[in-house]
Design a protein around this ligand. Sequence first.
Ligand code: C2G
Length: 131
Amino acid sequence: MNRVITFGTFDVFHVGHINILERARELGDYLIVGVSSDELNFSKKKRYPIYNQKDRVKIISSLKCVDEVFVEESLELKLEYIKKYNVKLLVMGDDWQGKFDWVKSDCDVLYLPRTPSISTTEIIEVVKASF
Ligand code: C2G
């Protein structure tokens, strides 16, 4: 079985998120998703996600292109997760281009083009501006 892994916060779930998950799934036949924990998000972005980790895990778990979900506690644990889930390919959006090349000893890495013109940050800004 060709097992693929990807990671993300997937806060305020949108079409860019589903596009990358569907494309990742098509590159293999079993897709595992590491959903970033609330604390990991806070450490990266200095704010908590709008949707908490329990709800984000529930949303990602409900998608038909996703086979398995776990909580990603640290960016540095990528290699441990890759070994634990026995995956052959790591897929990320190209905003992460080159950032996870250090796992290439154990796993192929592919950066896919992001869906243009949509992001969680932009959605939050648009909603804020409309009030
Ligand atoms: N994405 C995309 N197109 C967009 C927005 C996002 O393809 N318009 C992709 C990102 O490139 C990423 C995935 O969707 O691969 C999840 O995006 P985020 O939720 O923003 O993930 P991030 O906070 O970058 O967390 O270990 C890595 C981190 O957990 C990734």
